[in-house]
Design a protein around this ligand. Sequence first.
Ligand code: DOR
Length: 440
Amino acid sequence: MAPLLIRSPRILLPDGEFLLGDILIQQGKIVQIAPEITPSGNHTIIDAEGLTLLPGVIDPQVHFREPGLEYKEDLFTASCACARGGVTSFLEMPNTRPLTITQAALDQKLELASQKCLVNYGFFIGATPENLPDLLTANPVCGIKIFMGSSHGALLVSQEKEIEPIFAKGDRLIAVHAEDQGRILQRRQEFKGISEPAIHSQIQDETAALNATKLALKLSQKYQRRLHILHLSTGIEAEFLRENKPSWVTTEVTPQHLLLNTETYEKIGTLAQMNPPLRSPDNNHILWRALLDGVIDFIATDHAPHTLEEKAKGYPSSPSGMPGVETSLPLMLTQAVAGKCTVSQVSSWMSNKPAEAYKIPNKGLIKPGYDADLVLVDLDNYRPVLREELQTKCGWSPFEGWSLTGWPVFTIVGGNIAYEKGKLNTQVRGKALQFSGNVQ
Ligand code: DOR
């Protein structure tokens, strides 16, 4: 592989400052960052004047559907969407078919990903009420996923007596989908017969989310166990965590919980349906504040594609979930350009903080010795989210028509150009992520 020289972008440095300079990449690693680098020999050169260079996004919660549900998405199409969106690494959830609840199922996914993924990949092992031995030994995994609610079949672990043994044994990170299944079931009965999609947010209400978050936190404190609370959706949870979050607990928020709310149902109906559900607009404000204050640690998309046909079935037959990897970075950078936060904060929430939380070595910063997973974005060019340009197999976005800036112009994975000005290089392959310190 010829060395790659990126000329004259604004480079985001680890201290949050920008340097107008050059960056040299060799053998997939960043080797030099300087105001000017003179090429010696045969270099591939990217003229990046006017563009901003950020670390590639690490999306720490996605559902990519392969194996088993490839009609919605597969590892190739999802990773194309990642490359277009500036996402150079992802952590994927276990609700595929077969469920990722054994070493064999994990090995199958790793093998598929090595063949099909343009970007780097890591996987969760899913908890069931019965697979504690697998949770202790499966390798490599970024963590254990517990669906406390909003799942069905073997992945649902909703009773405290089933959840507690998982916290009690081992020391691997536990990531929870925190919704109280008992309350959801009871409210489903209460609201039976109502087919307005907005009722979804009332059935799976804020209390259902808060109850489960409190239970997970209680168990994490009892066993001093590393806990990550996935897709925080409510202001009451954020305020609770502001007062009660120990140093070994992290949490995340999705762009949709920051930017969409219950009013979105009027515009896009069941396309707005997800778990945990969208909340009232006041929650958007509290979640933003918690993110800016550091109560919320980072951002994940919960990319969960379903076909338009499935979504058209009508509530409650329509499945929950929306795609996100292709739009998350421009959505957040558009917020930064509008003054809501800074570009450096966006990059910290989308690259550095997830790398730290999951102990992914040498990623998430632009620094000599680090992996050359990078994205060059254009902060001065607003373009709408267009359905025809989407790479996700599901073929829609809840943000269609939104005018965004900060779209990736180049996405670089391990020193290889995976995406360039609207074109994918489908020959590029990512690597399996390492989670150092995570091995039992
Ligand atoms: O809305 C959702 N859909 N939330 C999840 O956590 C799972 C996901 C899916 O897999 O469809």
